[in-house]
Design a protein around this ligand. Sequence first.
Ligand SMILES: Cc1ncc(COP(=O)(O)O)c(C=O)c1O
Length: 345
Amino acid sequence: MSERLIDMRSDTVTRPTAAMREAMLRAEVGDDVMGEDPTINALQERAAALFGKEAALFVASGTQANQISIKAYTQPGDEVIADALCHPVRSELGGAALISGVQVAMIPTERGVYSRETAEKFIRSDNWMQPKSALLWVENTHNAGGGTVFPLDALGGLRALSNERGIPLHIDGARIFNAVIASGIKPAEWGKRCDSISFCLSKGLGCPVGSLLMGSKNFIARARRLRQILGGGWRQAGILAAAGLHALDHHVERLAEDHANAKHFARLVAETRGLKLVYDETQTNLVFFDVAESGLAAEEVSQRLRQRGVAMAMRGGTTFRAVTHIDVTRADVERAAAALKEALA
Ligand SMILES: Cc1ncc(COP(=O)(O)O)c(C=O)c1O
């Protein structure tokens, strides 16, 4: 059994590096509810500029960014058009219904990607019995879709549709920097093709807490009020924003390493008897695989992995998700793959 747990359950398990902690220690702070935290203000300005948007808001989490965005664009009774596997549908406790009183038209997709033509079929007519189609929702990269990068041309098609029909387009970019690194497409190019976009600091970027939401001045003013209602107005959180600024300087380019490690891990999984990759292609840092052919229950495999110092997330049925991140090295993914092989033996 190894001493250090190789934790591949999620990229949210990362711990701040010594250099990030140094940056946090030095942060100048103020009361952010009053708009007076200089480090938060600097982070928000930087995030807005990166994505080519007028303004940005620092919020507690990806879930908070999503729920604020849905609420900002909709009225109760409206409908959001999204893929059926998106995070708000799968993993936000029905928050869109609870907080915004909306329903979601769920598009069945391959890996979370859908086209303009498909979206068009889900837009309601003006018929008096139908809900208003109030928001188009894209997730990039797509979590349940195995870390898929939303193709830029498909997004361009949705942007055109959104403009023609006057339906705003939001991108849940929790892992948008993984998309940026995997595709070479700059943040501003993604920003150009939506009304608003978020990203998480606390995933691949390795920060302890926080997400950014970017959009027009009006949208962000509304988002700020909604953040306050949700109890998310924070005070001297510049300590957290300092981690974010540090991550934007030092932890973006390195995501390429996580992608290379994930691809390597996927190759090792594909070679292991009893395992099957759920998605043939690994684009970023998420690898989904199925243990059904081994004849073992996921629970059993998970326990055997833990005994060998490795943690991966069970995703229901016989499926697992393994995630590479800043605290997982090339040697770790090799050890994790070897532990999997042993666990199945
Ligand atoms: C695509 C996506 N959006 C939003 C979230 C929510 O982020 P948080 O855990 O910070 O609430 C996640 C978390 O995994 C995610 O994968």
